[in-house]
Design a binder for this molecule. Sequence first.
Ligand code: GCW
Length: 897
Amino acid sequence: MLLHGMLHAETGAEAWLRYAPLGETEAAKYSSLPASVVVLGDSLLLHSAQQETIRGARGMLGRTLREATDQVREESIVLGSIAALNTAAPVLKHPPELRGDGFWLTTGNVNGFTCLIIAGATDRGVLYGVFALLSRIARGESAVQLDDLEQPYAPVRWVDDWDNLNGRIERGYAGRSIFFDGGKVRDDLTRAGDYARLLASIGINGCAVNNVNADPKVLADDFLPQLARIADAFRPWGVQMAISVDLSTPKVIGGLDTFDPLDPRVRDWWLKKVEDIYKLIPDFGGIVVKADSEGRSGPSTYGRTPADAANMIARALKPHGGLVFYRAFVYNHHLDWLNPKNDRAKAAYDNFHPLDGQFDDNVIIQIKYGPIDFQVREPVQPLFAGLRNTNEAIELQITQEYTGQQRHLCFLAPMWKEVLDFDLQVENPPRRHGDTEKIGPSGHRIIGSSAQLLTSRSPDHPGSPDRPVLASWGGHPITRSPDALLTPVKDLVAGKVFHRPTGGFVGVANVGLDANWLGHPLAMANLYAFGRLAWNPNLSARAVADEWTQLTFGRDPLVLRTISSMLLSSWHLYESYTGPLGIGTLTDITGSHYGPGVESSERNGWGQWHRADHQGVGMDRTQATGTGYTAQYPEAVARVYENLATTPDDLLLFFHHVPYTYMLRAGKTVIQQIYDSHYEGAQGAQQLVVQWESLKNHIDDERYEAVLARLEYQAGHAIVWRDAVCNWFLRISGIPDAKGRVGHYPNRIEAEAMQLQGYSVIDVAPPETASEGKAVECSATAQNCAAVFHFQEKAGWYDVDVQYFDQNSGASKFRILVDNQVVDEWSAGDALPSAKINGDTSTRREIRGLALRPGDEIRIEGFPDRGAHAALDYMELHPASGYVQATAGNPGSHGHR
Ligand code: GCW
């Protein structure tokens, strides 16, 4: 049955806070919900909490709750801090553990009335409790007889946005900045407020608003009052505003001749600056620092350490309660490729491990999850285990820089879970406060809080309380000693292992002005998942996917099943058609980080090397024969990676250089796995389209069509990836695909082999990004060009794929004629991340259901526009799919693939 009420037009702007009307039967479940909402006390946050309750109830239940303050005179929803509740209802025994941003949902007697109580240690906790209640209702869970206590896993749950003051967003894929434009803070900050509300609803409590490649102007005297306006927009939602700074600011705009962190003038400059900030923004969250990294200046200019720089700023912030987030992404991007011992992966540990213990207690070292840079798969960064006396936070990337830039579906929660659950097996960790010893079902001791027990029971985790395992990548569990303490990454960053005062989770979000925030309507699952896992990393990826899907698309079981399973398969799919076996993404690493560019990572100083040659592939990072990176891990983990036989297949090429003929655990050679994985991945991407098509009429048309267009595009681009990587490896290894696919495309007609009218043949760079390395382009001065050929196969229904290039320098047009009848036309006006004819811009148009007869003339016409050349790669003809056969006579549909 369709819930028609839910199928109204949706832009995605409401994200998971749609509060869509429940059906009548569903709404009846909540008929006993009180009719009034009483707030105990008066604060911006409590006001938001009350208004949100009213908004949610109105949307979902069609009821307008009465609002009241302080006095409970009837059955009510009561909102208040524990302190306020103690006064209003002294008999209620609140759970002693409630602290920080935690909340408690319960039922109890206040003033003689049975009330639904939402209490927090702080007002922010109250707001979080309201969002939790509303989420329950939206997902059809019970709201009676509650007694739920939720405590966040760590105090720091932040997002960073890499927005430039001019309004562009570094690695942002959803339009311009919601904060800045033209060097100023936007006049209209409505979206900033909406964003803060979304963040609060998933427990995120801080946001650094500008690019970590920071413009010194962010600290200019006339800019601070503008920043204060953003903080004002965030405040009702308990999101603390923070900024990123450039360490050279005192020199660049501060009038000093140095920015040496040990120079007293520099120290005083920061002291004064921070005081100025707090005068305007009393709840300012802190400062993020990217220094000595990718061309940013830093303390090394003066022979000082990151600790010198971090502490200087930390001491200015300390009296006000602010934090410094000093990024561990410090590395030399001029490494000598010719030296086989060089290894960028070692940089963070080499730079920060020696400084352990030297950072002030309001400094947090912000560490990317892996040792390279947000690749589709990396091992966990060993530095997490290497800092015992320093606060840390893990940096995850919500914006899909290396994972398809929100044009490809790639739900990252399964990856994050593997990272967060990964047990680094820290040697001799201190015993934890509150650790309990329990006897497990098998009679052995289980040490840890209930959180740790949950860890090993989580459905995403191959272990059980009886058999704790190293949550290894690739699902090859390694049994560990039952007595050992689990020291998973989530516990290290949360400060639980070494009893740190603070720490937690940072996600790089990069939302933009696009109505749906992240471009791809399904990409918001990543923002949601980040918040949920930062709050409780013991949730499974499936639980998070299910929650998000229900909140975002409603509760139709088919919709839930389909979207959730698409999300959960998507990371592995993306990995398999881009960079399997731990090789990295093989993208163009010096440019867009988007399309294929296999060799771009080699022979330069960036250190994202895969070292493929004619014999083999992979980086030898062992201590025995390689760079020695494995030594940075605690002994037990190092042993696994040092040894070729115990390294999981999906990290093999990260740790070892092997011949193409090396036999994997999977029972095939490395080269065959490279081929198979790319074919299976591309096939899987086509399947996503089919899965999505089953949802037609089950969700609103707007979001249905928007997602469909992206999935069709992805399916086509997955083929570009597949062919580029497979052909490159065929060429370098000389070993053919055992299944005969690579390099053989029987249905393909190369554009350069057609009769060309105005088009000229060009070499594409890198060659693997076009079929046969060539394409045809139409000169920008021409009106139009054409490529023509005569169909010679047997008569029948055909699907036709046209592979063309959609450069972002203009909007070329194309049309296809069969014997002078126009059968399709389209404009190549997408904003793909390149003006070049290459793997970033190669795009597939699929025309389904064409009746072709021998001798037909098929003519592709291209109309160039400005710098875009209406370039073509090839055309592919396939006998039409069953659907079209069954509906013969229908003109057929088409899409971008
Ligand atoms: O992943 C790389 C990005 C840069 C980014 C850098 C960083 C903000 O390509 O755009 O700069 O990481 O994290 O500092």
